[in-house]
Design a binder for this molecule. Sequence first.
Ligand code: AP5
Length: 206
Amino acid sequence: MKLIIIGPQGSGKGTQAKLISEKYNIPHISTGDIFRENIREQTDLGKTAQEYINRGELVPDNITNALVHSRLSTQDCFKGFILDGFPRNIEQAKALERLVNVDKVIYLELAENVAVSRISSRRVCESCGMVYSALHDDVTKGCTKCGGKLMIRDDDTPDAVRNRLALFRQQTKPLVEYYAQKNILINVNGDGSIERVFVDIIHGLS
Ligand code: AP5
């Protein structure tokens, strides 16, 4: 299973990709998570990516494509993977095609006002990166997985969120048509409970 999940910010890509990864026993590859891990460790990649991410801009294609190339070349990806946050534009999609053939692309549809409300309620564990929502989780006690402190992401500021959603409309949304023409697109309504959305994804994949 070589899968991609795309959708606007806050549509639940990370949340669903984690569940898909567990169900099919394939690695969850989130370019955003890899960048954030590098930022936490202050690697050269992290320092470069940080400025773009905090402004809500895309990290340049040459950096992101090289990162994905290197990750997909590791053995655990040979039997399948779920890519979350990549590709984000047609150039990245073409770079991916030069590496592998993808089986299915899941598109999580969500209205922007719902996306904004979810993002403003998101809390992330500063130690392990586990994602919570102040709307439906108890976020007062810290991370239930590792006990770490829950934080608001640096790029979840109103200005950065506006930029990220505009970039989604301009650069990422065209991928929906691109993959529909290749007959590998699965449309899923992202505006349901986490469990409901997951059931719809599995149904679409089977
Ligand atoms: P990335 O980390 O990929 O962020 P994003 O695309 O902005 O997506 P989000 O993480 O905001 O949302 P999500 O859809 O994963 O939602 P989540 O599951 O967390 O990228 C960050 C940055 O890195 C980019 O802006 C860019 O700068 C850079 N970058 C990354 N990839 C790149 C690339 N390919 N090229 C260039 N630059 C790149 O859910 C959101 C909240 O909603 C959570 O609180 C969750 O608990 C809650 N929630 C989820 N599902 C539901 C539901 N069904 N009902 C209610 N609440 C829900």
